[in-house]
Design a protein around this ligand. Structure first.
Ligand code: AHR
Length: 349
């Protein structure tokens, strides 16, 4: 498909979606940042001010194993959890797994030895959790999943899963694209930057997107590879895509950080992101919003990282023996470039 035609479509897309776009959550108190630094995997304790009302003088101790610090989204998520635990008066033992499942398993075992009251974690990948979850269950420690799911068939191994519907996020990305190219007469060549291999958001965002674009045979995914949710890998893989394919019409990136890395590669190749190549990404972090407001990202599907308050509420409920829903879905929106321009001053993370 020719670049001029794409420019027209990009413009039309922006105009149309100003009208239809929904608004996402923008409450938050986190500072924007993006680092891939390797924080320690040893659980650290964050002392907090107020004693928990639930246990008299004894604070509730929450062991939390985080995925890592791979993206702006993750940084905001960590901040939300740390702030909310402090506000709730919990003692938080926080561990950074540096994107490695074995580190998370180790951290969970440490939490069990430390006899924490509740364990929460955001699993790096979906599979391989049954053994350690059984160990927690045998020790009588309730487990809460946040952000990412596990594929264990025994759902009694955890209390609830709080987080986004990643399949729906993929569908939202696909639905927007189908609408933009509904009159296409030529093939539309799509490249996809997947998240971490085996992770729930990578699996689900890919599936939801594929499901929806299947309705138009002109929409063709010509290459799909992992960029591990990082800016550096997003750039590297996009460079390889551009080398291998000279007619890329669309980039679908599973998060903003990979899209931002890809934008660097696209610009270095002398092309205009958002015009020569239409870009769709997921998350809606501040840096993604900046790129969208500059017209470099055409459409962002929101994934809300501010899960801390919901998690602390669930911990309290579990400690009080209350029944909680097995699945708590986060509410999210979508943003065009125009929406991003408007929302940017309010975006806190
Ligand atoms: O699990 C949520 C995903 O993980 C976010 O979309 C991505 O940015 C993060 O690394």
């Amino acid at each position: 498909m020719k670049a001029t035609k794409k420019k027209g479509l990009a413009l039309l897309a922006s105009v149309m979606l100003v009208i239809t776009a929904a608004c996402g959550g923008n409450a938050g108190t986190n500072s924007p940042s993006n680092n891939e630094s390797g924080a320690s995997n040893t659980p650290t304790t964050e002392a907090s001010a107020a004693p928990s009302p639930e246990q008299g003088d004894k604070k509730i101790t929450l062991g939390f194993s985080q995925v890592g610090a791979e993206s702006g989204w993750r940084t905001a998520n960590t901040q939300s959890i740390q702030d909310s635990a402090k506000e709730a008066g919990f003692e938080l033992k926080f561990s950074d797994a540096q994107q490695k499942q074995e580190n998370q398993i180790k951290a969970i075992r440490t939490f069990i030895q430390q006899k924490v009251d509740v364990i929460a974690f955001s699993p790096v990948v979906e599979s391989g959790w049954d053994t350690v979850l059984k160990e927690a269950k045998d020790a009588g420690i309730p487990v809460i999943l946040t952000d990412r799911a596990v594929d264990s068939s025994d759902t009694s191994l955890y209390e609830t899963f709080i987080g986004s519907d990643f399949v729906e996020e993929g569908r939202r990305a696909g639905t927007w694209l189908v609408e933009q190219f509904k009159d296409a007469t030529e093939d539309v060549n799509i490249v996809e930057l997947q998240g971490t291999t085996g992770s729930a958001p990578a699996n689900d965002r890919m599936a939801g997107f594929a499901e929806v674009i299947a309705s138009n045979p002109k929409l063709k995914v010509i290459a799909s590879q992992t960029g591990d949710f990082t800016r550096a890998k997003g750039k590297e893989v996009m460079q390889a895509f551009l080398k291998a394919h000279d007619d890329i019409d669309v980039l679908y990136a599973h998060n903003d950080d990979m899209a931002l890395g890809a934008i660097q590669a696209i610009e270095a190749a002398g092309l205009k992101p958002g015009e020569d190549i239409i870009i769709i990404s997921v998350d809606g972090v501040k840096d993604g919003f900046v790129a969208a407001s500059e017209g470099k990202i055409n459409f962002i599907v929101e994934c809300n990282p501010l899960l801390g308050p919901q998690l602390m509420q669930a911990v309290n409920d579990v400690m009080e023996g209350k029944e909680i829903p097995k699945r708590i879905v986060t509410e999210e929106g979508v943003f065009t470039s125009e929406d991003a321009k408007r929302e940017l001053p309010n975006r806190k993370y």
